[in-house]
Design a protein around this ligand. Sequence first.
Ligand SMILES: [Zn+2]
Ligand SMILES: [Zn+2]
Length: 434
Amino acid sequence: MAEQGYHDYKCKNCGGPLIFKGDVNKMVCEFCDSQFDMSEFKDDERVREETSDWSQTAGATMAAGEAGMNEYACNTCGAVMVAEENVGATECPYCGNPLVIKDTFEGMNLPDGLIPFAVDKKSAQDALKNYYSGKKLLPKGFIDNNRMDNINGVYVPFWLFDCDVEGSVFYKATKERKYNKGQEEWKEIKDFAVSRAAGMKFEKVPADGAKEMNDAYMDSLEPYDYSKITAYNAAYMSGYVASKYDEDANAVKGRVDDRIRTTAKAEIRKTVEGYDSVSEQASDIDIKNGKISYCMIPVWMLTTRYNGEAYTFAMNGQTGKVTGDLPVDKGQATGYFAKVAGIAFVIFQVLMFLLKLFQNNNVVGIEIAALVVALIIGAIALSSAKSSMVSHQKHEAAQYLKQGSFKLNRKEDRHTGTRNELVRKAPEQNAGAK
Ligand SMILES: [Zn+2]
Ligand SMILES: [Zn+2]
C-alpha cells in the first residue's frame, strides 16, 4: 500500500498515524480529521517514540568480610552464592556443577525486601519425588534418594517494577454485512478509524536478576504473594543460599518494558468491540513514575546433569508450585511405544474376533488397518508421555495490573467510508450450451 511509510508521522492533535493525501497535498489524520502541510514536519518528529522512566533507590549492603558468611562460585555458569558457613553448599543449583568456596567474602547488596520460605526442605523433597514418580520415560538411576539431599533453598534475586502507563492505540476496523443484488452476492464494508487512550497502573512486575536462572522456570513459578514481602533480616538466611544478582535492573528493564507494553495494549484492545475486523495501526505506550525495587524470592532447586545436559527441578518456596524438565531415555521411549501399540493391537484382535469380523473375506485389509490404528495410539501415548517431561508456563503481565486502575480516557470510533465488494457473481446462464 502506498500509504504505509507515512504511518511513522504522528498527528499533532491526537497522536494518530498520518497518511499523505495527494489530492489535497496534505498529511491527513483519519482519527481526528486534522490536516497538516508536509512542511510542518521536521525529520526528527517523524519517529514515534515511546518513553519509559524508571528510578531506583540505592539499598543497603552486607559488608565484605562479614563473619560467618561464605561466598561460593560456580566456575561453569558463573553464579555466585552467599550462605552461612554451616550451610555448606556443594553444587550449583542452576547448572548442577560443583561450587567452589571463595577465599574472601566480597560483600553483597541487600534486598529492599524478601519473601521468606514457607515450604520446608522435607516438603520440597516429597514434591520432587512426586514429580519424578510415574514418569515412564525417565532413565533408570537418574535420581536416587541421596541426590534429594542436594536440593537447595535459594533466594533468587528479583527486580520488581511498579509504574503508571499512559497509552494510546490506533486501529482500523470494519463492520461487514452481506446482501444479495439480484443473483449476485455482495458485501458492504464500513470502515472505521478507532482510537483509544487509557491509563493504568502495574504493581511489582517481576524480572529475575540471575543470568543463570532459566527465565522459563521463573515465569512458571509465578505468582508469588507479594503481600508477604518483609524487610530483610539476616535470620531469614539461616539454612538457605542467596544468589547474588549478575544482571542489574538496567539489564532486565527491556524485557519488563515489553511485557508491560504487551499487556497494556491487550487491555486497551479489549475496549474495541463490535467489529468484524480490527487491525492495529500505531501505538504509544508510555511508562511513567517507574520504581524499581530489589527483592529476594524463595525457590527450592535441584539441577541434575545427565549425558552432559542439565535438568532442573524448581519449586516456588512460598506456594509449592513446581516446574522443571527431565531427560527422556531412548530405550524406555521405544519400549513404551512398543508396549502401548502391542496392547492396542491385541485388543483389536479380540474385538474383531468377538464381532466375528473374520468372516469377512478382506482379513488382510482389516489387519493392516488395526496395525495402523495401534501404531497411531502408541505414538499419541509416547508424545503425551514426552510432554509430561517438561512443564513450563508463560504469563504476561496481566496479573500485575492493579485492580481497578484501568481508566479509559479516549474512546473514538469514526466512520470513514463504506465500500461494496462483489462476493459471488450470478451463476452463468447456460445459453447456447449443447
Ligand atoms: Zn489526529
Ligand atoms: Zn552453575
